[in-house]
Write a protein that binds this ligand. Structure first.
Ligand SMILES: [Ca+2]
Ligand SMILES: [Ca+2]
Ligand SMILES: [Ca+2]
Ligand SMILES: [Ca+2]
Length: 300
C-alpha cells in the first residue's frame, strides 16, 4: 500500500467512526509536505506552533519528543513537527507509525514528513496543530433565506471549531452547489471551541445586523436546496459538508437553519432533521432570527 493510500484509508476509517467527519476525497494527494491550515493566531497560544498535547488541559503530552511518560526514549523532535527520521521506539507512537510506514524511521532514505505527522495523529490519537482532519470544523447554522433583507445582502453561515487549536481558514475552498468554488483570501481564525461567520455582506446596516468575520460574496445559498463544503488547502480533505433540501420539511424564511446544539458534529449535521429554525432574534438586527457567532438555540 502506498503511503498516500494509507492516509486515505485511515481517513476513510475515521469517517466511519463515531467521531469522524465526512471523510477525505479519495483521490486527494497528500504528498505535499506541508499543510497551510496551521493557525497563526496569537489569541491563546504562547508562540509555539505545534504542541502535540494529547488532550485539552492534559499535562501528559503524547506528541512531544521530550515526553517519556509512556515509555520509550527521547525523540529528537516533536512528533507534530516535520524533520529528520525518528528513531524507532523513541516513543510508542513512533513505533506504531513506523510499523505502518517505515519511511518515517528510515534515517538514511526517509524523514519524518507531514504524512508521518498525519499518521501519528490518526494512529495514536495525538493532536497536532498542522493536521486538520474531517470533522474539525462543523457548519452549525445557515441563513439561506433572510426575509428582512434581500438574500443578496443577508446570507451567511456559521462554522464551529471542534478542536483544541485555532484554525485559520486562509486558502480553504468553500463550495456551494458543487462547481462553484470560493478560495478564502486572507486569514480567518476560527477559535478553538468558537465560531466564525461567513457571509455575502459585512455591512451590518444592510445585512440584517449580522457581524460577519469574512465576506464571500460569490457564495450563494439556495433557498430550496443547496450544499456547503469546506475543503482544506493542499491535501483536499473535506473538513465538513452539509446539504439541505426543503423536501425535508425544514424550509425557513427569515430564520436560519440552526443545528441543534446537542448534535454539533460533522456527521450529524448531514441529517437535515438535526436542524430547526432559529428562534432568537438577531441582536440589533432587522427582525430575522439566528445566532450568528454564538451558540445555537435548542431545537424543540
Ligand atoms: Ca437564498
Ligand atoms: Ca429571502
Ligand atoms: Ca457534515
Ligand atoms: Ca449560532
Amino acid at each position: 500500500m502506498s503511503r498516500t493510500s494509507f492516509v486515505s484509508l485511515a481517513l476513510l476509517l475515521l469517517a466511519c467512526s463515531d467521531d469522524g467527519g465526512d471523510g477525505g476525497s479519495g483521490g486527494a494527494s497528500t504528498t505535499s509536505s506541508t499543510t497551510s491550515a496551521s493557525s497563526s493566531s496569537a489569541s491563546t497560544t504562547t508562540g509555539s506552533t505545534t504542541t502535540g498535547v494529547g488532550g485539552a488541559g492534559s499535562s501528559t503530552s503524547t506528541g512531544t519528543g521530550t515526553s517519556t511518560g509512556t515509555g520509550g526514549g527521547t525523540c529528537s523532535h516533536d512528533l507534530c513537527e516535520v524533520g529528520e527520521a525518528l528513531v524507532d521506539g523513541c516513543l510508542p507512537c513512533v513505533s506504531q507509525v513506523c510499523a505502518a510506514d517505515a519511511v518515517c524511521c528510515d534515517a538514511a532514505e526517509g524523514s519524518w514528513d507531514q504524512i508521518c505527522v498525519e499518521e501519528a495523529v490518526m494512529l495514536c490519537g495525538i493532536a497536532c496543530e498542522s493536521v486538520v482532519l474531517p470533522g474539525a470544523l462543523v457548519v452549525t447554522e445557515i441563513m439561506n433565506n433572510p426575509e428582512e433583507v434581500a438574500d443578496t445582502l443577508g446570507e451567511w453561515f456559521e462554522v464551529y471549531n471542534t478542536t483544541m487549536f485555532d484554525i485559520d481558514l486562509a486558502g480553504y475552498l468553500i463550495h456551494h452547489d458543487l462547481g462553484s468554488i470560493h478560495v478564502v483570501s486572507g486569514s480567518v481564525i476560527v477559535p478553538s471551541g468558537g465560531y466564525a461567520v461567513i457571509g455575502n455582506n459585512a455591512d451590518t446596516a444592510t445585512n440584517g445586523g449580522v457581524s460577519v468575520d469574512y465576506v464571500a460574496s460569490d457564495v450563494v445559498l439556495g433557498d430550496a436546496a443547496d450544499l456547503l463544503r469546506l475543503e482544506s488547502p493542499g491535501n483536499g480533505y473535506i473538513i465538513d459538508e452539509v446539504e439541505w433540501d426543503e423536501a425535508s420539511g425544514l424550509d425557513p424564511s427569515g430564520a436560519s437553519r440552526s443545528l441543534d446544539p446537542t448534535t454539533i458534529d460533522a456527521t450529524l449535521n448531514d441529517d437535515d432533521t438535526n436542524f430547526c429554525e432559529a428562534t432568537s432574534f438577531i441582536s440589533g438586527g432587522a427582525g430575522d432570527r439566528g445566532t450568528p457567532g454564538a451558540a445555537n438555540d435548542a431545537c424543540p
